[in-house]
Design a binder for this molecule. Structure first.
Ligand code: SF4
Ligand code: SF4
Length: 166
């Protein structure tokens, strides 16, 4: 499959200006926290919101956003890697949602390119499965209390427990 859509996606995100990195507060599992700190991310980049999250600046942009780029792109949090897919957990099931095109222009590209959609959906499922497996029930409950309107459910996958892959 051509990776051409990745270049188109980059252009769409540049034009958008990183809307998804504003008020994002991406969740950080204990496992990823140690990995990020070991890679030099300052400990005060994180805050507790019922779960450990990346802090935002006064204007709402993520503290790890450098201009319009993610300063930890290769090791960015699972929910950032999964976008524009997001999730909820119901019992033993993880529900996968897709943001509306009105809040993420990248969705149009996925609608026009089923191969790209499937590739990103697979990446989102893998990332979210790993995140959920590495969170405590309390952290997960706090994350799932966050309302995410303007999304539609597109898939369900089984929840995996206690995944400690790196
Ligand atoms: S909101 Fe969508 S289009 Fe905008 S930067 Fe984020 S992923 Fe890209
Ligand atoms: S960690 Fe990176 S991709 Fe995620 S919200 Fe922050 S700047 Fe954006």
């Amino acid at each position: 499959m051509t990776e051409d859509w990745l270049f188109r996606a980059e252009a769409v995100c540049l034009q958008c200006g990183g809307r998804c990195c504003t008020s994002a507060h991406p969740p950080i599992s204990g496992h990823r926290y140690h990995r990020l700190v070991a890679r030099g991310v300052p400990e005060d980049s994180f805050e507790w919101r019922g779960y450990r999250a990346v802090r935002a600046r006064g204007d709402g942009t993520c503290i790890l956003c450098n201009g319009s780029r993610c300063s930890i792109h290769t090791i960015k949090p699972e929910t950032c890697r999964a976008g524009p897919f997001t999730f909820d957990v119901k019992g033993h099931v993880i529900e996968i949602f897709l943001k509306y095109e009105t809040i993420c222009p990248l969705v149009r590209l996925f609608r026009e390119n089923p191969g790209a959609y499937e590739q990103q959906l697979a990446r989102a499922k893998e990332s979210i499965t790993r995140l959920v497996a590495n969170l405590t029930d309390g952290e997960l409950a706090a994350i799932c209390r966050i309302e995410e309107p303007e999304t539609e459910k597109v898939a369900e996958i089984p929840r995996v427990y206690h995944d400690h892959r790196h």
